[in-house]
Design a protein around this ligand. Structure first.
Ligand code: ATP
Length: 250
């Protein structure tokens, strides 16, 4: 479904992604694990195309030079030069790190904004589905986004991304700062979304432990390079994974 090869991203002279190749097959959940600054968000911005917007903004502001190299194919087509809005239309939807919901808008408004790529009937069906997966969002639908708890905001961020009708959902550190109970619920719901909707998912996390059970395939990123990859069980049983698994470098 998605195949990126030889991705390199430089922030000025700093190499943030070093020749990363990553693949996500149809209906797979792929985990990308790595410590702080490993390059997870850079990878997600590059796959979703948002890096192109960041690059242009920096150039216009006379800031640092961002260079992006490599190739990205999605559903058999080269999308390397496709703008982020076009990639979203093709079905690549990013659920960004730290949620980034619209804090002044209500839950239902946030969800409706997400539906900008959906037909009215898709929007209606998806809204029902989002409320089925996250019943608390239905109860909270008039609540202003900024007043939600971290876990509720994360549910809303995923719900909003679903409203955009993704074929491939990119989830950047969805569990960040949440309690183990909420983390477990979000992990369960992520698997449910893949199983029930057939949406492929690439999820990044600092700590592999909570997410590894639901991923089919995993990559370990270190200092911008993919140092290890394999099917879940292979990665689980690899002694070198301990550092990524526990989030400490040994
Ligand atoms: P975290 O878990 O902290 O979010 P991450 O794995 O997502 O980390 P990135 O945000 O992709 O890591 O950052 C990778 C490296 O690139 C880091 O060293 C970071 O400081 C650097 N970096 C990220 N964005 C920029 C930028 N706009 N300009 C310069 N350096 C940047």
């Amino acid at each position: 479904m998605l195949e990126a090869t030889g991705l390199m991203v430089f922030y000025e002279n700093m190499l943030a992604l070093n020749n990363v190749s990553i693949k996500c097959e149809d209906k797979q959940i792929v985990g990308v694990f790595g410590a702080n600054s490993a390059g997870k968000s850079t990878l997600m911005y590059t796959l979703s195309g948002i890096m192109e917007d960041i690059r242009k903004k920096e150039t216009m502001a006379g800031g640092e030079r961002i260079t992006v190299l490599g190739q990205i194919r999605f559903l058999g087509r080269d999308i390397t030069d496709l703008k982020p809005s076009k990639r979203a239309r093709e079905g690549i939807i990013l659920c960004p790190e730290r949620r980034r919901i619209f804090p002044e808008c209500s839950v239902i408004e946030n969800l409706r904004i997400g539906a900008y790529l959906a037909t009215p009937s898709q929007a209606k069906d998806t809204l029902e589905y989002v409320f089925k997966v996250y019943p608390s969002l239905e109860r909270l639908q008039k609540r202003v986004g900024g007043f939600l708890s971290g876990g509720e905001q994360q549910m809303l961020a995923v719900g909003r991304a679903l409203m955009a009708q993704p074929k491939l959902l990119l989830m950047d550190e969805p569990l960040l700062g949440l309690s183990p109970r909420i983390q477990a619920m979000l992990v369960r719901s992520t698997k449910e979304i893949r199983d029930e909707k057939g949406i492929s998912i690439i999820v990044t996390e600092q700590y592999a432990r909570p997410v590894l059970p639901i991923v089919d395939y995993a990559f370990i990123l270190e200092n911008g390079a993919a140092v290890l990859e394999g099917p879940r069980d292979e990665v689980l049983n690899n002694p070198d994974v301990r550092s990524a698994y526990f989030g400490v470098s040994e």
